[in-house]
Design a protein around this ligand. Structure first.
Ligand SMILES: [Zn+2]
Length: 155
């Protein structure tokens, strides 16, 4: 995982995202409704994938592991917890299917103050949270909320 710089979206796409968010807010969408709207927005998802790919390192690399092919748009803050962030550009990261479906899934651990314990490489420098030891990236602090403290991806 390395630091990434989030690109600005074209105004038309940014407007589409605002409209979608407004609609979710108006119907007080919960996670399942947000997921339904998200899945139905194929055109928007395609455009977002294009822009996330431009931000990714190498050839469309996963923004978490940096190894797998980024095939999925991950909601950094999961839809179950933040349905109104379904169409929030700042909540989108490109992930490989392994990271999205088997590692992160719906997890979003927080400390007692409510601060997220996951690293968003587009918002902060992973180097501040991860260290390389014995050829494995480890969190600089072990996170009790995660079952496996030796996870390569999460601090
Ligand atoms: Zn990955």
């Amino acid at each position: 995982m390395i630091r990434l710089h989030r690109l600005a979206l074209p105004p038309e796409l940014a407007e589409q995202l605002r409209d979608r968010t407004k609609r979710l807010r108006e119907k007080q969408a919960v996670g399942s409704a947000a997921r339904t709207d998200w899945k139905a927005a194929k055109g928007i998802r395609g455009q977002l994938t294009h822009h996330l790919t431009e931000m990714a390192t190498g050839i469309r690399r996963c923004m978490y592991c940096g190894d797998g092919l980024g095939t999925d748009i991950d909601h950094f803050e999961p839809l179950a917890e933040a349905p109104l962030r379904a169409f929030d550009w700042l909540n989108h990261l490109l992930a490989c299917s392994h990271c999205n479906s088997h590692q992160k899934r719906e997890s979003f651990p927080r400390d007692e103050d409510g601060t997220t314990l996951l690293v968003d490489p587009s918002a902060e420098d992973p180097y501040e949270h991860l260290e390389l030891a014995d050829r494995v990236l480890r969190g600089r602090e072990v996170v009790d909320a995660l079952a496996d403290p030796a996870l390569h991806l999460w601090s």
